[in-house]
Each structure stands twice: as C-alpha cells, then as structure tokens.
Ligand binder design. Structure first.
Ligand SMILES: C[S@@+](CC[C@H](N)C(=O)[O-])C[C@H]1O[C@@H](n2cnc3c(N)ncnc32)[C@H](O)[C@@H]1O
Length: 249
C-alpha cells in the first residue's frame, strides 16, 4: 500500500470517528480537520445505528438515481459507513445481493454493524482495495461508487477492475467530483486536497478517457453545475456529477 493510501485511510477513520461522536458534520468534499483538532479528547467510537453516521458521498441517494432494480447484484466501490450499500440492499430485495468494498477497517466494521442492526441478509461489506476488488469476474449487474474514485491514484486500474466484475451489459454509475480544468500540480500533490476529494479529481474528459480505455461504452456525464467548490484561492471550480457507462455485451 502506498503512503497516500495510508493517509486517506487515516483521514477517513478519523472522519468516521468524529461523525460518530457528532463533533463534525463535514462531508468528504470539505477540508478535513487537522490531526490536532480531530482530537484526543473526543469520546471513543461507539457503533450506533446508521442514522447517527452521515454519508461521506457527494450525491444523495445514489442507489435510487442509479436506477437499481429488484434482484440486481450490486457492488459499491468505497462503501464507507454503508449508507448506499444499505439503501441498495433495500431496493434490490432478497433476490438481489449488495457488496460494499472499502479499504478502511473502521468503515467496514461500521457498515457491517449497520447491516446487522437492520437485519439485512442480502448485504455485506468486504475489506479490500478497489484497485484489486475482492469479487469474481462478470458478477455484478451494477457497480456504484459515491465520491471515491477521485481518491485513487490509478483510476485506469480502478475502471478496469469495475469492468472486470461487471456482467456483459452491466453498468457503472460513479458519483464523483469533476474538475472544471486540469488541476495544478501543487493541488494534486497536496495530501489535504486529496483527502477532501479535490486533488485527485479529473476533468470530464479525463474520466471519459479512462473509462473508455477500460472498455466501457455509452459514457454519460451529468454534472450538477448548481453547486461548486473552489480550493484555497485556486481559481478552479469543482462540481459533483454522475458518470455512467456500460460494459458491452
Ligand atoms: C468520501 S468517502 C465515501 C464513502 C461512501 N461512498 C459514502 O458515500 O459515504 C471515501 C471512502 O472510500 C474509501 N477508499 C478510498 N480509496 C479507496 C481504495 N483505493 N480502495 C478502497 N476503498 C477506498 C475510504 O476508505 C472511504 O471510506
């Protein structure tokens, strides 16, 4: 595992801990607090029901927006605390299966606790990296991901892995951060901007090229221009959007 992955894991373990103790309402798309303010004085992580854990995604209710259907097999890349995973499991019902993948053990523990709390037998969170997804080939009808792929250094590998695990005709629906222009190197090199879903964001063209190279077709990018973020005086606007694509039959 590279150093930057360790930093991302620590950042999200700490964000979850803060969220569980209700000391922070920040989403992934805002600057993480520095280590000092994320604090030794915060109470120990208590695994409470899901309503106490905010989502860290950039799109609300991605499973519904992804058009999941009853009986679908769904894999959620970077499932975090488990919101989308649980919502997907509820939509697809007992004939379907929802598997979440995340590299942060605290996120996996939280998601599996919430699945157990809800009594869902069709959902599971697995520890793993989305560059090497612990799922067999041609498995899923739909792969979803909410504000995660921007955090990865090698997006081509992630898209190839998503392609591998999809059934022919299956769909990838990625809610992500999209940069208006290519980011300056200083921003790409900044750990805080990466952990805040900024530094690793691609442009519309960048996502499209990487998905196309992985074999996807029918790539559509739906950007929400009504909300945007800028980074520390850098004049680069960042939007959220849904990027969808199909694995050809
Ligand atoms: C911004 S949060 C989004 C979580 C979730 N999708 C949501 O909507 O709440 C990013 C999550 O992706 C996970 N993550 C980042 N890079 C990853 C990678 N390469 N492999 C697996 N998980 C990763 C982090 O551990 C974190 O839980």
């Amino acid at each position: 595992m590279t150093k930057s992955k360790e930093i991302i894991k620590e950042s999200y373990a700490s964000a979850l801990k803060n969220a569980k103790t209700e000391t922070s309402k920040e989403s992934c798309c805002s600057k993480p607090k520095d280590e000092k303010s994320s604090g030794e004085s915060t109470p120990k992580l208590s695994l409470k029901p899901v309503q106490f854990t905010p989502s860290f995604g950039c799109i609300i209710d991605l499973p519904k927006k992804a058009g999941l259907k009853e009986g679908d097999i769904v894999v959620d890349l970077g499932s975090g605390p488990g919101h989308d995973l649980i919502r997907a499991a509820e939509i697809i019902g007992s004939k379907g299966k929802a598997i979440g993948i995340d590299m942060t053990p605290e996120m996996i523990q939280n998601a599996n606790n919430e699945i157990e709390h809800k009594g869902l037998s069709n959902a599971e969170a697995r520890l793993g990296e989305i560059e090497n997804i612990p799922v067999e080939d041609n498995f899923a009808d739909v792969v979803i991901s909410n504000c995660v792929i921007n955090l990865t250094a090698n997006k081509s590998v992630v898209f190839k892995e998503a392609f591998r695990i999809l059934k022919p005709g299956g769909r990838l629906v990625d809610a992500d951060v999209i940069a208006e222009h290519e980011l300056p190197q200083s921003l790409q090199d900044d750990n805080k901007s990466w952990c805040s879903c900024i530094g690793g964001a691609l442009t519309e063209e960048g996502y499209s090229k990487a998905m196309n190279a992985a074999g996807f077709v029918d790539i559509k990018i739906d950007i929400d221009h009504s909300r945007h973020t800028e980074w520390d005086g850098e004049k680069i606007r960042m939007f959220s959007g849904i990027i969808s694509a199909v694995k050809p039959v």
